[in-house]
Ligand binder design. Structure first.
Ligand code: COI
Length: 320
């Protein structure tokens, strides 16, 4: 049973071999990301494992044509794949689950960094400016935090926040059970009453630019926005405008629009093809991290293992 893993990082290599052996799969590891013109690499291999790079309908067709029957992404989100086209072709697609704690911890870290202006404190410290001007923070127990999306990660964020004593509002298209001191409210109430808004919803066709000019106009002046979910949830132009006008007090973003091809690469000295990202980086009250909320020892191990496990289960079932 052969599996071709694209975009294999150095820190995944041992895991691929170890879990390949555990599940009886022969692993072929490639550093390159999958592309149309790389479909030939997968000729005769039934399953490929990918990460975040786009895998559109044309790529599904190209990989299907060389014999690939399953594309497994080593991520929870699968908005980078054309699942509908895969289904039409009769190809299986899969994603993985790893514990929500890593991303939830990171979201809380970004919330705390935002309310304490840690980005600015660290930037100033780097040039030996230890003054207090402009870095007075706020205390979480005095604030209301709005959590948009109460899936596994959103719920874990709520649990984490309980100890801080803040008021917690939640919104989800499909409300579930919330323990503790969080309560579901309509979206407009959450936007109107939250001092901090944190996003935890998957990217879908319907929630692109969920946070746009209209939503920002409904927010509390000085609101802090934290995004560890997907860049497409926020219209960057509207966010930048809100920051420029002082309506938004700050943002901590682990994801941004059009990050693909930029994040996870060392692009020192290279002009970036993403002006909005450059604009965001120019704000002293914006913290940008390169989609690293997921990046823990536990998550990386689970991403590799679950991807192999699901490919092997598929090949067994299909007798491939
Ligand atoms: C996911 O698993 O959905 C992530 O966001 C992690 C990542 C490597 C894109």
């Amino acid at each position: 049973m052969k599996i071709l893993a694209f975009s294999c990082r150095e820190d995944e290599e041992d895991l691929f071999y170890r879990f390949g052996e555990k599940y009886g799969a022969e692993m072929i590891l490639r550093r390159e990301a999958p592309r149309m013109d790389r479909a030939e690499l997968a000729r005769g291999i039934p399953c490929v494992s990918i990460v975040t790079t786009p895998f559109d309908g044309k790529m599904m067709e190209a990989f299907y044509a060389v014999g690939v029957r399953m594309v497994s992404t080593r991520t929870v989100g699968y908005d980078h794949m054309d699942v509908a086209r895969a289904k039409e072709l009769g190809m299986a697609v899969g994603n993985v689950a790893y514990p929500p704690e890593g991303v939830a911890d990171y979201a809380v870290m970004l919330i705390l960094m935002s309310i304490r202006r840690a980005g600015l404190i660290l930037a100033r410290g780097a040039v030996q400016d230890y003054s207090l001007r402009g870095v007075r923070g706020r205390e979480l127990h005095n604030l209301t935090v709005g959590v948009i999306g109460t899936g596994r990660i959103g719920r874990r964020v709520i649990q984490n926040l309980r100890g801080f004593g803040c008021r917690i509002l939640a919104y989800d298209l499909h409300p579930g059970e919330l323990e503790g001191n969080a309560r579901y409210v309509p979206m407009d109430t959450l936007l109107d009453e939250s001092d901090v808004i944190t996003l935890h919803t998957p990217a879908t066709a319907d929630n692109t630019h969920l946070i746009d000019r209209e939503a920002i106009a409904k927010m509390k002046p000085g609101v802090l926005i934290v995004n560890t979910a997907r860049g497409s949830l926020i219209k960057t132009e509207a966010l930048a405008e809100g920051l420029e006008r002082g309506r938004i007090g700050g943002a901590a973003l682990d994801v941004v629009e059009h990050e693909s091809g930029i994040y996870y690469r060392d692009l020192k000295g290279v002009p970036l093809d993403n002006r909005e990202m450059a604009l965001l980086r120019s704000f002293p009250n914006v913290i940008l991290t390169p989609h690293t909320a997921f990046y823990t020892d536990q998550a990386v191990s689970d991403m590799v293992e679950k991807s192999i496990e699901s490919c092997v289960a598929f090949m067994r079932e299909q007798r491939l």
